[in-house]
Design a protein around this ligand. Sequence first.
Ligand code: PEP
Ligand code: MG
Length: 574
Amino acid sequence: MMYNGNPVSAGIATGPAYLYTPFKPVVEKKEIDEAQVPQALAQYEDVKGKARAELDAIRDKLEKDDPEKAKIFIAHQDILEDPAMDEEIREVIEEDQLSPESAIAKVYDKFARLLSKAEDDLIRERVADINDVKNRLLRIWFGVPEKNLSTLERPVVVVAHDLFPSDTATLDRSKVLAIVTEIGGATSHSAIIARSYEIPALLGVPGVMDLLTDGETVVVDAVEGKLFTQADDATLDLYAKKREEYLVKAADLKKYRNVKPVTKDGVHIAVHLNIGSAEDKDLAGQDCADGVGLFRSEFLYMGRPELPSEEEQVAIYTKALDTFGADRPVTLRTLDIGGDKKLDSMELPVEDNPFLGLRALRLCFAHPDVFKTQLRAALRAGTHGALWIMFPMVGSMDDIRRAKGMVDEVKKELDAEGVPYGDHVKIGIMIEIPSIAMISDIAAKEVDFASIGTNDLCQYLTAVDRLNPTVSSYYQTYHPAMFRLIGQVVRDFNEAGKPVSVCGEMGGDPLSAAVLIGLGFRKLSMGVASVPSIKKLITGLTIPRAEALARTVVDMSSAEEVEKYLRQELADLL
Ligand code: PEP
Ligand code: MG
């Protein structure tokens, strides 16, 4: 059988399906009779014994494959065997007469709360581990088999209704052959991470969780957008060959990774990276880039029960800034939560249209303490390297002035405390809401720089939810309106002499990147996986050739026409 999907991260893979549903325990307080106490204590011991066995097995395996990760599970074993928690759970069962699952939830939550208030960062970081062990115990209690993307047993094709960005950020890349989901579009964050990890991904395959059984072999063609189940030998052979061909082509492209991004007529087009953390895996691409055009700082906040502290953030931002040094800027985007990105550490309102709701800068205005902590950390780290701070989801001049006002407030506080901070930090905005794009001449006077977030700009300009596969054909980044609007922004910023770039996915797509260069951009930012194909394009292009493309597409009438034309015109550079 063959099904269609949206290929959002290219590649071809064959392997067993791993159906993944994240486990989220819901525990209601349940009382028991005195007579049930001995049985409840025995049940608690039983659950604990099973958790111990699972942790032993994971630790043994990781000690061979990945000793660093094994340490996490040794810490989990310590928590499981912690005498204070163990004693308190037994007391709660015996004296408060609560069921084992209620007692586990109550005591683990209490310890997590206590630790989350600790001064010491290292102690606070244990909260995530406590919650992890709690979830393990409760999962065993509810009889749900273990499913986890960070400790996969063997190479698999991960299949899910949807993946949270935190699932994708923690998954064991070496074991994930491909990702297939029921929802999500090319600019969902799962897609963006899959691309940066170079994992083939096919999103928007409706009902795929019901179509497949765990472990059955599937073929994922994330080049043409096809999923095969019950494939016959001929199909399996064909796709083994296609995979080989694909890998040869990808290896060939990699030759361009470290070339200087200069056009044939000698114009340097700065190539910057989009990163989601300052972990080594993200910074490993630094040698091929002129800086960081987008550091999605919200990933530091996701997949953990507490907010990152100021000190933790200072250390992370400093690491990124030191890596890139004084001549290569790091553009730190402030917290962009909402839409498809949720936090465990913050209660967010349930909204009918979250992408049009309390998102990003708006959420930061509603939680000034969270925003100010991040700004303090950023400014303090700004004594290192070249820091550019960038605000997401700016819709008006009021937004810009208010955010800048908060930066000034934070600077005054740091001055009063005698805390040093970077005095050359640049302040800029993302242009991703049409209302600010349309007054970019006015905005350019108020900021040091801008970067165009084409992923959101397209969703707001064309009125298409970027995650909804049923309308994905309407999400048209090649829409001539996109190029007209972006063209106006780049003209305004160039005239004002202020740096402007593109950090949405269009910056890493060779077809649109050629037009963007023609429109006047001299800086593009992208996931590291796109660097070779964009450098191949840049080094084969001349500015007049790019300008001719730009002049033509803004006068075309449809995205289809634009794409066809660009494919034809740029065939030698793809
Ligand atoms: C964008 O909207 O284009 C962008 C770069 O931000 P994000 O994809 O994180 O929303
Ligand atoms: Mg955005």
